[in-house]
Design a protein around this ligand. Sequence first.
Ligand SMILES: Cc1cc2nc3c(=O)[nH]c(=O)nc-3n(C[C@H](O)[C@H](O)[C@H](O)COP(=O)(O)O)c2cc1C
Length: 219
Amino acid sequence: MQSANIVIPFYSSYGTTHKLAEAVEEGAAKVPGSTVRLRRIPEISSAEEAMSGQDAYEAAQADMAEIPRIEQDDLRWADGIIWGTPTRFGNMAAQVKQFIDTLGGMWFEGELEGKATGVFVSTGSIHGGHETTILTSLVPLIHLGMVFVGVRYSTNDQIMTTEGVGGSPYGPSTMPREDEDVEAPVPEEVQTAQSLGQRVTRVAARLRAPEAAPAKSSA
Ligand SMILES: Cc1cc2nc3c(=O)[nH]c(=O)nc-3n(C[C@H](O)[C@H](O)[C@H](O)COP(=O)(O)O)c2cc1C
């Protein structure tokens, strides 16, 4: 099996997207030959100003403090890039968009073209943007030339649920529950996230350019 390098850049205010990111990471790491990096997309000052002082925000930020910050070199290194974002009015968070908007140079050089990609999200409610956030996130990723990977129905029975559980053919999703005893992501959402991690890794391995064959000796 061809190896694949996978990076998972995510932003999270309150930690839910972080937990889903860990499930994606577990899935990617299960694929033999994979090397996986979990990376934090940094906060932006206006959001930090608005949310600092909130206990849940402060606790989640402290919990993520040790996760290395995403760098453009992580994207260069990766064969597959799996993005995580909370929903903001049905779209990706500004923190993620701001990072993507720093990639103009990489776009110009075509450095992300042909890499496998996928998206996972956290919302505040079941109808608040699980699917739209992934679909709208696709637009810049397509501009960058990446190859989108969703989640297959055939390996994810839980996508067929009629319950209030995240996950769609477009990608994994979750939401904090009103019942504080129910921790998000719930097991079905974890499975969908692991499934996307595995699938992007397998596709990335197939898309990766074959290793250069050793030069034949002229002797
Ligand atoms: C400015 C703002 C806009 C939001 N818009 C939506 C929305 O459109 N739909 C929704 O379900 N939740 C919305 N939310 C809730 C967040 O998506 C939710 O808190 C987040 O997904 C939790 O993820 P996190 O714990 O990783 O921060 C919004 C939150 C904020 C602060």
